[in-house]
Design a protein around this ligand. Sequence first.
Ligand code: UDP
Ligand code: MG
Length: 320
Amino acid sequence: MTQSTAPETTVKLSLVVPVFNESETVALFIDSVSNVFDSEPLIELEILFINDGSTDDTLLRLLELQNVDSRIHVVELSRNFGKEAALTAGLQMCSGDIVVPIDVDLQDPPQLIPAMIGKWREGYEVVLGRRIDRDSDSWAKRSSANWFYRLHNKMTSSKIPENVGDFRLMDRCVVEALKELPESRRFMKGLFAWVGFKTTHIDYARPQRSAGTSKFNGWKLWNFALEGITSFSTDPLKIWTYLGLMFSAISFLLAIFIALKVIVHGIDVPGYASIMVAVTFLGGLQLIGIGILGEYLGRTYIESKRRPIYLVRQIYGSKS
Ligand code: UDP
Ligand code: MG
C-alpha cells in the first residue's frame, strides 16, 4: 500500500521525458532537474528520455549528457511515433516506485515534483499538476482547449480534469494499471483519467518554453481532440438515430400540412427554393453522419491490425 511508505524511506523516482527535435532544451532540462534533486537525498532518480524519432542532434546531446550522468537512460524509437506513443514506451520501461511524465521544455517545472512527492507520501496515488494560468498559450489554444474539455466531459463517463496535461505524479500501481490497457491508439490524458485512483492536484503557473518551438500546430491539435472524443465516447455515432427521428417527424408533419393545403387551396406548383434548401441541408447532414462513421470505422480498422504502439531502435543505458 502507498500509505505504508514512511516519509523517511528512500524512493525511486522515474522521470519519463519524450523528446522530439529538442537539442536546444535537453541540457537546460538536466540542469534544472539536477538543481532540484541534488539536494534531495531520499530520492533515487532515473531520467528516461524517449527520443521520438528526432531528426536533429537531440540523440547526440542526450548521449553526451549520459556520459557524465548515470541517472540518464535513453530509449530511441525507430521513427517519430508521436508524444502519446513515446509516453507509453516510457511508462512501460521505467522502473520507479513513482513516475512523472514531464515535458523537456521546462513548461512542466521540475521544482514542483518535491511537493508532489509530499502529497504522495500523504497517501495519494496520483498528483496532478494543474495549470492555474495558461498565459503561455495563445488565446486560440486556450479557448479551443476549454471547449474541448467541456465537450469531451459531456460525452464521456471518465472526465478529464480541466487544465491538466500529462504532467503528474503516479504511484507504481497506477502505471501498472495503464500498462494493462491494450489499445494501440493512445489518448493518454483520457487513459490517465480512465484508470482513476486516489487523486489530488497541485496548482502552478505554466511558464514559456525554455527554448525551441512547440511541436503541436492547429491541425495536430484538432486531430488530437478527435482522438480524445472517439477514444472515449460513442455519442457522436448515436446522435444520428435521434436526428433521423426528428427529421422524420418533421417531414411527416410537413406532409400532412402540404396535403391539407392542397385539399383547401388546390395544387400549388412553386416550391423550388424550399425543396433545394431541404435537399442540400439533408445532403450535408448525411455527409457529416457518414464522415463520423468513417472516423470510428477508420480507428477500428487500424486498431484491428494489432500493430505495436512503437518500435525501439536502440536503448542506451541499463534499461532492458
Ligand atoms: N514531443 C514528442 N513527440 C512529438 C511531439 C512532441 O515526444 O511528436 C515531446 C516534445 O519534445 C516535448 C513534449 O512532447 O517534450 C511537449 O511538446 P511541446 O512542448 O511541443 O508541446 P506544447 O507544450 O506546445 O503543447
Ligand atoms: Mg511545451
